[in-house]
Design a protein around this ligand. Structure first.
Ligand SMILES: [Zn+2]
Ligand SMILES: [Zn+2]
Length: 69
């Protein structure tokens, strides 16, 4: 199985700046499913929640529309 890397080692066209490092896209590319343990490091002790999809993360850099919890 191919191991997905996150942040994604690609630039995503037609999306906002930094979207390749947003957890919002992580599930869609299979990162969460294939790297659940690594994913936990991004959401542990969450400080921000995405206003668009509701995902939580410990850094605003990982979310599309971060708002402080
Ligand atoms: Zn989101
Ligand atoms: Zn995004």
């Amino acid at each position: 199985m191919t191991k997905e890397i996150f942040p994604l080692p690609i630039e995503l066209p037609d999306s906002h700046y930094g979207h390749e490092s947003h957890l919002c896209v992580a599930a869609a590319v299979g990162f969460v499913k294939n790297n659940t343990e690594a994913y936990k490091n991004y959401i542990r002790d969450p400080k921000h929640v995405c206003a668009e999809c509701g995902r939580a993360a410990n850094s605003a850099d990982y979310l599309c529309e971060p708002t402080e919890i």
